[in-house]
Design a protein around this ligand. Structure first.
Ligand code: NAP
Ligand code: MN
Length: 266
């Protein structure tokens, strides 16, 4: 039976060397190795840091098969394996000695006056002002008005993304076994002219968050998905929800979230 593994790597020297070495080792074990997503692949390996991991998943259109990362990057919160541990990884993979962590995605339906576009995020969706403008938006949840918000913007993060931009903006770190969305404000304005909430809000997985820009400046809103800017003409409203799509992240069997948090940044 054909066993296919797809490897995606960034262009850093260390990643390219790791890709070559890994390819040779996997081939000697009888695997076919592809560098473009193959529909019959049983595993996707991303070589790089967190950014490469996110890019692999987006480029491969949210694969259904497990994804594992080899860290040659800076922080490497997603990738579990170091280039020095490739043999240990291959050994564990062959013995099926690993964990699969289901990572839920956040979806956003961005509507303009003409169309709606669906985007999906692993870490977060950020709503920001274009050209460094203040944003003024109406925030609704499950069709109930919450508040008008003015400030730099807001982050809506998954539990997985809680340790990324959300954490830098003062949001809470969330245990990945919880299924929720966290909305964290970015520089909320609180004056007699504008009132905006100042701490994170936690929403249940069934909530639908609705963000509608006030038209003080046309095209003043930017949607940033996992660090990548998306520009739309004349956004009328954005609905944010938890998607049913899940990414299967392969972890070594000794993986434990809180040890990872403490080792990476506490
Ligand atoms: P980047 O500028 O390299 O990302 C900033 C840092 O966030 C990097 O150290 C990255 O790790 C780390 N990171 C990414 N996802 C993470 C996660 N789930 N938990 C903990 N740390 C995480 O850009 P990038 O590599 O393309 O990553 C995109 C992400 O950057 C966005 O999704 C957003 O969360 C984050 N970001 C953060 C800030 C901020 O903290 N002020 C601002 C903009 C964007 P690596 O070093 O391994 O890449
Ligand atoms: Mn990065």
């Amino acid at each position: 039976m054909r066993r296919i593994i797809t490897i995606n790597s960034n262009q850093v020297q260390k990643s390219l060397e790791t890709k070559e070495l890994l390819t040779r080792k996997l081939q000697s074990m009888g695997f076919e190795v592809k560098y473009d997503f193959h529909p019959d692949t049983e595993l996707v390996i991303s070589i790089g840091g967190d950014g490469s991991f996110l890019k692999t998943i987006h480029d491969f259109d949210f694969p259904e098969v497990p994804v594992v990362g080899i860290n040659t990057g800076h922080l490497g919160f997603f990738p579990d394996i170091s280039p020095d541990n490739i043999d240990t990884f291959i050994d564990a993979y062959l013995k099926e000695d690993y964990l699969i962590q289901d990572i839920p995605l956040i979806g956003a339906s961005v509507c303009t006056d003409k169309h709606c576009f669906d985007v999906f995020a692993i870490n977060e969706v950020v709503i920001k002002g274009d050209k460094s403008r203040t944003i003024h938006i109406n925030l609704k949840v499950n069709d109930k008005h919450i508040q008008k918000f003015s400030g730099d913007g807001m982050i809506i993060s998954t539990p997985t993304g809680s340790t990324a931009y959300n954490y830098a903006a003062g949001g809470s770190i969330v245990d990945p076994s919880l299924s929720l969305m966290q909305l964290t404000p970015l520089y909320p304005i609180n004056t007699n002219a504008y009132r905006s909430f100042t701490s994170s809000i936690i929403f249940s997985r069934n909530s639908i968050i609705n963000i509608a820009p006030e038209y003080r400046f046309e095209n003043s809103i930017l949607v940033v998905v996992d660090g990548v800017e998306h520009i739309y003409n004349q956004i009328s409203d954005i609905k944010i929800f938890m998607s049913d799509i899940k990414i299967k992240l392969l972890r070594m069997s000794n993986y434990e979230f809180w040890s990872r948090v403490s080792e990476k940044f506490l």
